[in-house]
Ligand binder design. Structure first.
Ligand code: CA
Length: 137
């Protein structure tokens, strides 16, 4: 009849799946298309997607159409890797063409913990250029 203290640990893991999606990765060259998950549907919260476009010693152009939650959700484009100069940070209504100075472009899409929008789609194209400063291998 002795009652011993019991340590009880209860863990819950609850996953909400709204569908499978890919987020980030190395994009095929010389050209292609990518988008935020579920586009033109609403993108999920808590995203940090990183895409890279790595081509030869060329240039790249990027064409995008964004609708994200400004200030909290955004697309950042780097002229090279994630430690390189930021070509731009974009959110709602942005329609831009960006050209890298090297053979690498990195795109980061961030969303915070709440409020989502239909996100973005983007087209990219590699083309030969002569003023590239760096080559990422
Ligand atoms: Ca948000």
């Amino acid at each position: 009849g002795e009652k011993l203290p019991v340590e009880t640990t209860v863990s819950f893991l609850i996953f909400y799946f709204t569908g499978n999606y890919s987020c980030g990765g190395e994009l095929p060259i010389p050209s292609g298309y990518f988008s935020s998950p579920f586009y033109p549907g609403y993108y999920p919260n808590n995203l940090n997607c990183t895409w890279t476009i790595r081509t030869w010693n060329n240039y790249q152009g990027l064409f995008s159409n964004f609708r994200t939650e400004c200030r909290f959700d955004y697309v950042e484009v780097y002229d090279g890797d994630l430690y390189s100069r930021v070509l731009g940070r974009y959110c709602s209504g942005s329609y831009v063409t960006l050209i890298s100075t090297s053979n690498l472009l990195t795109i980061l899409f961030h969303s915070d913990v709440s409020v989502t929008y239909p996100g973005f789609s983007a087209f990219y194209h590699s083309f030969y250029g002569t003023t590239g400063k760096y080559v990422y291998t």
